[in-house]
Design a protein. Structure first.
Length: 118
């Protein structure tokens, strides 16, 4: 997990060279029988840890840990093929590692050494 966090930190610590997805919302609002066209665009600071958790190493490790619960911040904000490839590779490896840990805890060749007694 730390290796993938370091990879994402190296890719996303300086996001000026990476394309970002536009998060613009538009709609209509009515006020006293007057229709207004509204367009809202997010103001994101990609150098800040709150907007880009991969701008700092410790927050990138924390963000990589939350991949296991389905929080994929980097795929929502950035539009770069390397991020997609590393994200898919990390998710497959994390699931494989967690499944192997679960199998190791459930039992072994001899039942008396198993972690969980069934």
């Amino acid at each position: 997990m730390v290796a993938f966090a370091h990879t994402m930190f190296a890719l996303l610590q300086n996001p000026n060279i990476i394309n970002k997805k536009n998060s613009t919302f538009s709609g209509n609002a009515t006020n006293n029988n007057e229709t207004l066209d509204i367009e809202i665009k997010s103001n994101t600071n990609y150098k800040d840890n709150n907007d880009n958790p991969f701008s700092g190493f410790l927050t990138s490790v924390e963000a990589a840990y939350f991949w296991t619960s389905g929080n994929w911040v980097q795929r929502d904000i950035f539009d770069f093929w390397a991020i997609d490839i590393f994200s898919i590779l990390a998710s497959v490896l994390f699931v494989t590692i967690l499944q192997n840990m679960f199998i190791a805890f459930m039992g072994s060749k001899e039942r008396k050494t198993s972690f969980i007694k069934i």
